[in-house]
Design a protein around this ligand. Structure first.
Ligand code: SAM
Length: 205
């Protein structure tokens, strides 16, 4: 209850940044973390707020030490630091992600995002996506939720960045109902390809 009230107060102070009047519910937290586990390795969470997805990630076996929590709101960041002392909490704009080293040079296996991408200018969304994919393994995925009817990153922008999005499900019990998209690279980077013949490429690990 106190968590919901604190979230609501943060929304009153900054409705555009917080972009929801209450934290996400369990159904959405379960859906957006459904493809992550201990084996995912390091996970970056963007816009954790009061930690609805953080709790679900830890429940799925992601270690606190393997979590980087990137939160712009100082009121949320201070509480996250207190509740998850072994995670790396950074109070910063997610658009600056590529400027920080999060896991001593190790790449993340996934990014889970609660950011309000729909209320951000395209330049910021581009900076966030470029930063997120630079920090991830070639086959890493970014999970993004939305209250809207389609992926919050428009197809033209995805295409431009060499990314593709797939809807992995809907959380109808959430208030308001939400959907989750998995965003991945369309092609593996060229460094992971070796030329097999003039007409065929083979993926090498
Ligand atoms: C819709 S709330 C989601 C909170 C939480 N993930 C949840 O689902 O309950 C959006 C969160 O993103 C944070 N946020 C907004 N813009 C941000 C930015 N540029 N960088 C980092 N965090 C940001 C807000 O402070 C807020 O905590």
């Amino acid at each position: 209850m106190a968590e919901t009230f604190g979230f609501f107060q943060a929304w009153l102070k900054n409705p555009l940044r917080v972009a929801a009047i209450a934290p996400s519910g369990r159904a959405l937290a379960s859906l957006i973390t459904s493809e992550t586990s201990h084996d995912t390795g390091p996970v970056i969470e963007l816009g954790p707020g009061t930690g609805a997805f953080t709790r679900a990630l830890i429940a799925r076996g992601v270690r606190q030490e393997d979590l980087a929590l990137i939160e712009f709101g100082s009121e949320f960041a201070a509480a996250l630091q207190f509740h998850y002392p072994r995670a790396r909490t950074l109070c910063m704009d997610a658009a600056r992600l590529r400027t920080v080293d999060l896991f001593d040079g190790r790449s993340a296996g996934a990014v889970v995002s609660g950011l309000p991408l729909l209320s951000m200018p395209p330049r910021k969304v581009i900076a966030i996506l470029i930063g997120a994919f630079r920090k991830m393994e070639p086959d890493g995925a970014l999970y993004q939720f939305t209250y809207g009817p389609r992926c919050p990153v428009p197809p033209r922008l995805l295409d431009h960045l060499g990314l593709e999005a797939e809807r992995i499900g809907g959380a109808f019990a959430n208030l308001p109902p939400a959907a989750v998209y998995r965003i991945r690279r369309t092609h593996p980077p060229l460094s992971t390809l070796s030329r097999f013949s003039s007409r065929q490429h083979v993926l090498v690990e």
